[in-house]
Design a protein around this ligand. Structure first.
Ligand code: SF4
Length: 239
């Protein structure tokens, strides 16, 4: 039986063959930019969260300015992202706490190991393991694979892990993750989940992972050819 590490490497190679190596910004974004962009991306699509993020960036020169901005104003600026009341609360509280600690660049997490950094970020209201791990992968270039609904569904269907929740999948997957491939693995799995391994009627007939996937309810009826690639927010923060 293959180890999780071997399976992750095999899946990564097959996904790169199908989708290529996902492009990446040469300059890493600021961790706080990434944290706010990821908060905005919760439960919405990347296009709308990107618009909300740009609205904030265009309106305020620095996150510092949000200290004195009313929460309802933030809510109106980010409305396009959905759940604007909840997200504006999270952002307002986050900026207030960081301002109190005099750490509006989030520099304090740069020297922490992955577990401590996730723990620290998860202490902010509205920030969970997925959001925290996105900051680590995309802004700190840590070799860590965030688990959203697509990564949870696909890794469990394939048989890399067998877990009931995204957080449990995250810890099982990242226990011994192969070096240097977290960004391509994560990004290409999201693409697979959006375009082929969809929640209902996955396109197993065109899936590059068909031979190694253990999902018992494979679907070969549907041809999902020609689907357009979605815009990926977290690879476009601060561009
Ligand atoms: S073979 Fe089917 S179930 Fe398995 S990863 Fe591919 S699309 Fe998903």
């Amino acid at each position: 039986m293959r180890s999780i590490r071997t399976l992750i490497n095999e899946v990564n190679n097959l996904l790169i063959k199908k989708f290529g190596i996902p492009p990446r910004n040469k300059k890493l974004p600021d961790p706080l930019d990434m944290l706010i962009a990821t908060i905005l991306s919760q439960n919405t699509n990347d296009n709308n969260s990107y618009k909300a993020y740009q609205n904030l960036k265009n309106r305020y020169k620095s996150w510092n300015e949000l200290v004195n901005v009313k929460r309802v104003t933030i809510e109106s600026v980010i409305r396009v992202a959905g759940l604007a009341k909840q997200k504006s609360h999270t952002i307002k509280e986050l900026i207030g706490k960081l301002n109190t600690k005099n750490d509006l660049s989030l520099r304090s997490i740069k020297n922490l190991d992955n577990n401590r950094a996730i723990e620290q970020l998860s202490n902010f209201h509205g920030v969970g393991t997925k959001t925290a791990s996105c900051v680590l992968l995309f802004a700190l270039n840590r070799n860590i694979c965030p688990v959203d609904t697509h990564v949870h569904r696909t890794t469990n269907r394939i048989g890399i892990v067998s877990e009931k929740t995204p957080d449990k999948t995250f810890y099982a997957l990242n226990k011994n993750f192969p070096d240097k491939i977290a960004h391509s693995f994560h990004t290409n799995l999201i693409r697979l989940g959006r375009e082929i391994c969809t929640p209902t009627k996955p396109g197993c007939g065109i899936c590059p992972l068909n031979e190694l996937c253990n999902y018992p309810n494979k679907n070969f009826d549907l041809k999902k050819e020609g689907l357009k690639r979605d815009f990926m927010l977290l690879d476009n923060v601060s561009k």
